[in-house]
Write a new protein. Structure first.
Ligand code: DP6
Length: 324
């Protein structure tokens, strides 16, 4: 009863920021993303009668308590219930990128855990069911189950909310430059941040109302490989999500000075003919998308900028999969 899986993080063009149902972790609206190559989480799960309790190792360090362990245990409970087993599990997970630094480790983490734990427990799910299960761990993980370009669908009732692949990774060779502008874990996690926004921001409802049309626009832009159209909708969605969060009480500001500097640089470069657009999640790091022909210009945009600690360029990646 042992299995290992790999999954990649994803970056949303149309953001998920708000929940319809907290217990079942159903998003309040859809979202659209690209799964990323290069960054990866590798997770092994073993269910065994010899274990007294669940255990978790993250990047080689035992995690003995706290929210992360609790989230993993609750997730394992869902898998155990489906499998009809009671055995405890040993989970070992490694990221080749900083954990909880706003680089979407919960997306790749729960996608890999869902794939490995269901295999180890002998639960047979199709991709959509696996995605809906991964969603229970983290909303964005539902998208990382699939490779390439992915749409998260919520539906009328929301119960079956799951990812849906728009196109495979090789459909469109977009590049994503990730500029890290801070070190250490993010100060307010996404779950807490979105709940705070829903409770206290007068802009929350307007934000949620804006997501549906943006999802449609982003899906069309991807199907048509229309970079300009994707740039427009992605920056709009990112800024509206952050505007809703900033309008909370007290306001939630994930950006630092370098984040703002990079936004301006991307926009100035676009006016100068470089096809690039930015996206920012619940942290200060900036992701800049471009096509291969604009990669060198895009990299030079962030080079030498004060506060940029690390830069990496990745492309579209595959979905969560088992490995030996
Ligand atoms: C800003 O998937 O981390 O990255 O479901 O509470 O685990 P939970 O939230 P999470 O939120 C992701 C928020 C985001 C936008 C996005 O990826 O769509």
């Amino acid at each position: 009863m042992q299995a290992t899986a790999i999954a990649h993080p994803n970056i949303a063009f149309v953001k998920y920021w708000g929940k319809r149902n907290i217990d079942r972790n159903v998003p309040a609206a859809g979202s659209v993303s690209m799964t990323l190559d290069g960054l990866e989480t590798r997770t092994s799960v073993e269910f065994s009668e010899a274990l007294a309790a669940d255990s978790l190792q993250l990047d080689g360090e035992p995690v003995g308590s706290g929210e992360t362990l609790q989230r993993v245990e609750s997730f394992l409970d869902l898998v155990r219930r489906r499998a009809g087993i009671e055995r405890a599990a040993q989970v070992e997970t490694r990221n080749n990128f900083p954990t909880a630094g706003g680089l979407a480790s919960s997306a790749s983490g729960f996608a890999a855990l869902a794939r490995a734990a269901t295999e180890a427990a002998g639960v047979d799910l199709n991709e959509r069911e696996l995605s809906a299960l991964a969603r229970r761990g983290s909303g964005s993980a539902a998208r990382s189950v699939f490779g390439g370009f992915v749409r998260m669908e919520v539906g009328e009732e929301g119960e079956g909310a799951a990812g849906f692949q728009i196109a495979e990774a090789d459909y469109w060779d977009l590049r994503c430059l990730i500029a890290e502008t801070a070190e250490g874990p993010k100060r307010v996690g996404s779950t807490e941040g979105m709940l705070h926004t829903e409770r206290t921001s007068p802009y929350y409802d307007a934000w949620i109302d804006s997501v549906g049309p943006d999802v449609d626009d982003a899906v069309s832009a991807i199907r048509d490989r229309n970079f300009g159209a994707l740039a427009e909708v992605a920056e709009r969605s990112c800024l509206r999500m952050h505007a809703a969060a900033m309008g909370s009480d007290p306001g939630l500001l994930y950006w630092n000075g370098t984040t703002v500097e990079l936004i301006h640089r991307v926009r100035a470069a676009r006016e100068g003919g470089v096809d690039a657009f930015f996206s920012i999640d619940a942290g200060p790091h900036v992701k800049i998308f471009c096509e291969p022909s604009d990669e060198a210009d895009t990299v030079s945009l962030v080079e030498g900028v004060d506060g940029v600690n690390d830069v990496r360029v990745v492309g579209p990646g595959d979905g969560a999969r088992l490995v030996e």
